[in-house]
Write a protein that binds this ligand. Structure first.
Ligand code: ZN
Ligand code: ZN
Ligand code: FE
Length: 755
């Protein structure tokens, strides 16, 4: 047998390859294949040199990617030949610290099966230790202060590893080799339950079983927890949190417990059990044993599985599903610093379960909703945060200069882009809140440092009143790019699917600043990443009293009835119990005169009007409530549809709704006929616009398309017309996706300007 000439190869691996066990993986693989060389981290990812038999080298290169550790996300492997050196053995060498830090940080990941087995093994030294983790699981983004991802640059810096943890950390063959948050009861973070002597976990479990409200410090912030089956406990939590109706999320101890509460398709199970562990919104079972106050008037429940060892222990000890909601008072951001939590949640929680591992970046739970779009099951991203951030998304165009996109105002996010990569930040929330605005600024600086983005192009919404716009205009940069709100919605969906258009988009949402200065929100756009034309829109109507109409859907009922009838409408009987007759007349007058009542084409507001006319909701106490309850009320088996032409003039629809409600037709049928009519008209309108524009791709996006019934019906109607339907999946269809869309538009326009 002849000995093949040794060859040597140098590989540069980029993507999420640090802090995920990639170097031990390379080490084991090389050792198995009898190769020599080394592997190391640097600011751009991982570099490997391997030397030996050419066939073994080929296998090494192939398996390096195909057998990568579970948390790794390889974006590229660049290989080049180098001269063999006759090296012996394979080594892991120390990190290099020069140059640009652009090696991405991994998202936080749910406890892996191996750690879980140790957690519940009485013989293990980490038995019931709430901070157990390894290279395959545990906190990442939420504890990172800088790059390269190494312990001194995380919030674990203050904990010195004991000898046994250190030995694991230093052993390339150990599951905890270079696991930066590695810890044990001897040397790591510890729990505390103020006011309780003895074991904090035992005290917390007892408090939960008793029906008390427990504030729990989690991975990305504080939760408020209580038994989900105890109406008294849940109602107390609602009252103290000042949260009237918005559903609470639930955490369940096992998949079986989830199945007992909601209906899950096989794909939904994957979503629920995946490493990101989002809150999954699914249809609730009639037999679900949860207190009525968990999710009033909702046909679904939001459930998640435990994602940290602490959650696993709490759920096991409580022995039943828990409400697990953000630790905040109504619209404030989630608390994540201990002093702040103790102060702000002091009037809500009966007990505090604290620990001493600091949270660097506040990160809410992500929320996903499975839907069937054009025959395929997909998980709409309603809130993208813990478990997904800071994973990058691609761009279909190379940004010639680094971009910062500042997003919208509600459900605010920011986005950085460099080359063909974009990093969308964690969900920040409503920027009108001072503390959220600080989080927005701090988040941008943190990301600019982590990904070494020196923003030269700053993109923003056209709304002059958005604080994100004000921030963008304050920033010194080479170019400012203003992007129309609904164009950003369209661009976000195109870009996440790797496309740049042209396409037609039906973009339906609550509000967005239009190019003509009016409030848009029911837009048919024809365009690409560079620009758009308004191909159609919902018939405009007055928003009587402006902002007030958003909180009081009955005002939209008055405005639409005034529009549909030639005369001032009388107060419908269905609203008589909730609206005063004189106020109704005054609002009709406002709509008539236009005083303090801007014009809007918002489909969100049309939903409000219909919800009010059905008697579903006259006033709302959270954003999108009327539309959510109207969807929940609709009977999916109802085949009827109200008249609505492709011009999207809903006056006939409004009259039909009013007639049916007055005739005593059940709300379930009325709500469904409204959805069906809107879906059919939207599909017609899109098909006509697509034909005029000569395209066959239709984008459905905007916050209104979080409505599963409307999305499924509209996409089915479009698919029947042989149109290709694109919807938002990796990024939210709501304003959480706006920053990414702005970044795509800014990248496209600056690339074009350079051509
Ligand atoms: Zn693990
Ligand atoms: Zn230790
Ligand atoms: Fe929007």
């Amino acid at each position: 047998m002849s000995v093949a000439q040794a060859t040597r190869v140098r590989l540069r691996v980029s993507g999420i390859v640090q802090g995920v066990g990639f170097r031990p993986h390379a080490y084991r693989l090389a050792t198995d294949l009898g190769l020599a060389g080394w592997v190391r981290n640097d600011e751009h990812g991982v570099v490997v040199e391997a030397e030996g038999d050419p066939e073994a080298i080929d296998r090494f290169v192939a398996r390096l990617e195909s057998d990568a550790p579970p948390l790794a996300r390889i974006e590229s492997v660049a290989a080049g030949g180098v001269v063999p050196r006759g090296e012996r053995g394979f080594r892991i060498v120390a990190s290099e610290r020069a140059g640009d830090p652009d090696a991405p940080v991994a998202p936080d990941s749910a406890t892996c099966d191996e750690c879980l087995a140790e957690l519940f093994d009485p013989a293990d030294r980490r038995y019931r230790y709430p901070f157990i983790n390894c290279t395959n699981c545990g906190p990442r983004f939420t504890i990172v202060r800088g790059v390269p991802y190494d312990r001194p640059l995380t919030t674990m810096a203050g904990f010195a590893m004991c000898a046994r943890c250190r030995a694991e950390y230093d052993d390339p063959l150990d599951r905890r080799f270079h696991a930066q948050p590695n810890a044990c009861p001897e040397c790591g973070p510890a729990l505390r339950l103020p006011g309780h002597d003895g074991n904090p976990l035992a005290g917390a479990g007892a408090a939960l079983r008793e029906g008390l409200v427990l504030a729990v410090k989690g991975v990305g912030g504080y939760h408020l927890a209580c038994r989900a089956d105890d109406e008294r406990a849940v109602a107390a939590l609602r009252g103290r949190k000042h949260r009237e109706d918005k559903p609470f999320a639930l955490m369940v101890g096992s998949l079986e417990a989830a199945h007992a509460l909601v209906e899950l398709a096989p794909q939904d199970v994957q979503l629920l059990t995946g490493r990101a562990r989002p809150i999954v919104i699914a249809p609730r079972r009639a037999s679900a044993r949860v207190a009525p106050s968990v999710a009033p008037r909702s046909a679904s429940l939001g459930v998640m599985l435990p994602y940290s060892p602490l959650h696993h222990l709490l759920l096991a000890d409580a022995g039943r599903p828990l409400v697990m909601t953000s630790g905040n008072v109504s619209d404030e951001p989630i608390a994540y610093r201990d002093e702040q939590a103790l102060e702000r949640l002091g009037t809500i929680a009966d007990r505090f379960l604290l620990h001493d591992r600091p949270i660097e970046t506040r990160t809410d739970d992500s929320v996903q909703r499975p839907v069937t779009v054009a025959g395929r099951r997909r998980a709409l991203m309603l809130r993208r945060s813990r478990g997904h951030v800071p994973e990058s998304a691609g761009l279909p165009v190379t940004a010639p200069r680094p971009v910062l996109a500042c997003g919208a105002e509600l459900k605010s996010t920011f986005c950085l882009a460099k080359g063909r990569r974009a990093w969308v930040g964690h969900h920040i929330g409503d920027l009108a809140n001072y503390e959220t605005l600080l989080a927005f600024r701090a988040g941008i600086s943190h990301f600019e440092r982590l990904f070494a983005v020196d923003s030269a192009v700053v993109a923003h919404d056209l709304h002059p009143g958005y604080l994100s716009t004000a921030y963008a205009l304050e920033r010194e940069c080479a170019v400012h790019v203003g992007v129309q709100h609904h164009h950003a919605h369209l661009a976000a969906v195109l870009a996440e699917h790797g496309e740049h258009g042209p396409a037609v988009g039906a973009i339906f949402d609550g509000t967005g600043f239009g190019e003509d200065g009016t409030v848009w929100g029911g837009e048919l756009l024809a365009g690409d990443l560079g620009g758009f034309e308004r191909a159609g829109h919902l018939r405009p109507v007055r928003l009587p009293g402006g902002e007030q109409a958003i909180r009081q859907p009955w005002r939209m009922a008055a405005a639409w009835l005034r529009e549909a009838l030639a005369a001032p409408p009388a107060l419908p009987a269905v609203l008589a119990g909730s609206v005063d007759g004189r106020r109704w007349e005054a609002v009709v007058e406002l709509a008539d005169s236009g005083t303090a009542s801007p014009l809007t084409t918002s489909v969100g507001r049309l939903f409000d009007a219909v919800a009010a006319l059905c008697g579903v909701r006259a006033d709302v106490n959270y954003e999108g409530q009327a539309a959510a309850e109207l969807e929940a009320a609709a009977d999916p088996a109802e085949p009827g549809a109200y008249p609505l032409p492709a011009t999207l003039d809903p006056r006939e629809t409004i009259l039909a709704v009013t007639r049916d409600v007055a005739a005593g037709i059940p709300v379930a049928a009325v709500a469904a006929r409204f959805h069906n009519g809107l879906a059919r008209a939207t599909a017609w309108a899109c098909a006509e616009a697509a034909e005029r524009a000569g395209v066959d791709v239709v984008v459905l996006s905007g916050g209104v398309f979080q409505n599963g019934l409307l999305l499924e019906r509209t996409s089915a109607a479009l698919a029947a017309k042989r149109l290709r339907v694109l919807v938002a999946e990796r990024l939210p269809p709501n304003d959480g996706g706006i920053s990414y869309g702005q970044a795509a538009v800014a990248a496209w326009r600056t690339a074009e300007a350079g051509r």
